[in-house]
Design a protein around this ligand. Structure first.
Ligand SMILES: Cc1cc2nc3c(=O)[nH]c(=O)nc-3n(C[C@H](O)[C@H](O)[C@H](O)COP(=O)(O)OP(=O)(O)OC[C@H]3O[C@@H](n4cnc5c(N)ncnc54)[C@H](O)[C@@H]3O)c2cc1C
Length: 431
């Protein structure tokens, strides 16, 4: 199969780049490794500093990509091999088995209803469960079920319930060979695993009540899910016991600006998303108290400083200091910190603590594509500061958080830049 451009990664960067290229008349193949496009943005609650609903912005873009005559989606698929010969790239893509025939599935969810297995739901970072056969989330694109064979009991209930006979336990991985003229890499970021910061007592297992790990210490993406209009519970409840959290704290720079964890980089979005989450929390629980522990607030973008000041004026507490430890008292997290403005050592008890985790690189394709990364694993241009979307391979461009941590407006701007440079390149080499 031949396309003009291969876009790898179906987050907001990959979707924007694909739509720009498609609108310009180029045939685009968008390959996404997860069962749905949308990336991290579709999981967010609202976006700073405007507090617009993230899902309301992302869903129309996802639908536009799916229905665009020039954009072709290949989800649940991974790029395995890339070879440049002359002006063309020959690419092998592995389509993983869904065990559900994609062209037959109508996304009705009957298989999900009858499945007896419950495992942590990835989309909500384990706050609630999903079935062994499931639609990844309500607005998934494509809205097709996927069967997780690892947890399936092979009871056959989904097979009997499916009105379209779409369940196929015998499906095999499929290798697809394609040829393209250019590639845009938009593979985004990974989240810092909070359990690595041992002093903060995060438990990866929210149902596990352990002596020192506390299920009421959650990470910021879990908080995004709790605050989202599409949130798993209809009310904001803490995971440990379902109580309404009346005092919540955010601990900034968890896994960022921390040499001891090998990541001295600033993640650029944690200050602002924590300020946003504190605002959304106090709007959801008007009697709730919110506190933010910070080293300094980096409100660098348009309208960010005003947003931060507004939230501070609304009564959110800001305590300057790097949190030393988080302990537990009667099931409640206790934050231990030196307030660097007063010199006082504080022990503050909360109902829930949110770890504002940083953004790490996702360099998994650097070898396959033959493109360079910096020492932190983010893709880099051939010369430092030359052209942020170029790589050392002619015809391969990068966009979004694949190049460094950034917010959505910067991601979208970079995706447009990558698409524009890709168009210029395609005109040069001829399509
Ligand atoms: C808790 C939190 C809250 C945030 N809130 C805000 C906010 O309010 N406002 C704001 O501006 N920014 C916010 N951000 C930042 C925002 O999430 C990013 O700017 C944005 O999502 C980056 O988009 P992206 O497309 O670059 O990456 P991603 O969203 O990471 O998308 C990358 C996509 O590529 C896919 N992929 C990865 N590897 C492969 C592969 N090998 N093959 C195929 N596909 C692959 C992934 O599955 C994913 O779909 C927040 C971040 C966090 C952590």
């Amino acid at each position: 199969m031949k396309y003009d451009v291969l876009v790898i990664g179906g987050g907001i960067a990959g979707i924007e780049a694909s739509l720009t290229l498609g609108d310009a008349g180029f045939e685009v193949l968008l390959v996404e490794k997860d069962p749905s496009i949308g990336g991290h943005m579709i999981q967010l609650s609202k976006v700073f500093p405007t507090t617009d609903c993230a899902g309301c912005i992302t869903t129309p873009k996802m639908a536009a990509a799916a229905s665009h005559p020039k954009v072709h989606l290949m989800t649940y698929s991974e790029v395995k091999e890339v070879q440049k010969t002359g002006k063309e790239f020959r690419v092998k893509v592995l389509k993983k088995p869904r065990y559900v025939e994609e062209d037959l599935c109508i996304g009705c969810g009957r298989c999900e209803e009858v499945c007896p297995v419950l495992v942590p739901r990835e989309f909500d970072y384990g706050i609630v469960g999903r079935k062994a056969v499931y639609i990844p989330f309500e607005m998934a694109v494509p809205k097709k079920a996927v069967l997780d064979l690892e947890h399936c009991m092979m009871c056959g209930r989904c097979e009997r319930a499916c009105p379209k006979d779409a369940i196929n336990f015998l499906q095999e991985p499929e290798e697809v060979e394609i040829t393209v003229k250019a590639i845009i890499v938009a593979t985004g970021y990974n989240l810092f695993p909070p359990e690595k910061k041992k002093e903060y007592s995060y438990t990866g297992n929210l149902t596990l009540i352990h002596t020192n790990l506390n299920p009421n210490i959650i990470h910021s993406m879990q908080m995004e899910r709790l605050l989202a209009p599409s949130r798993p519970y209809h009310a904001l409840l803490r995971p440990g016991d379902g109580k309404v959290p009346e005092r919540v704290a955010w601990v900034l720079c968890t896994g960022s600006r921390d040499k001891s964890l090998g990541n001295p980089l600033c993640s650029r979005v944690c200050c602002m998303y924590s300020v946003k989450q504190a605002l959304l929390y106090t709007s959801a629980i008007p009697f709730g108290e919110a506190a933010i522990y910070y080293m300094d607030i980096r409100a660098f973008g348009k309208g960010f400083e005003e947003f931060y000041t507004m939230v501070r004026d609304l009564g959110v507490y800001f305590i300057r200091g790097k949190v030393a430890r988080i302990e537990s008292r009667n099931g409640n997290p206790v934050v231990i910190v030196e307030d660097t403005e007063t010199g006082e050592i504080r022990e503050d008890e909360y109902d829930m603590v949110v770890l504002s985790i940083g953004l790490l690189s996702n360099p998994e394709l650097s070898e396959i594509l033959g493109i360079d990364t910096n020492s932190y694993g983010f893709y880099v241009p051939p010369e430092e500061n030359a052209n942020p979307v170029a790589t050392k391979v002619d015809g391969i461009f990068v966009a979004g958080t694949a190049t460094c941590p950034k917010d959505i407006p910067d991601t979208v701007a970079e995706a447009a830049a990558a698409a524009a440079q890709c168009i210029a390149y395609l005109k040069e080499v001829g399509t």
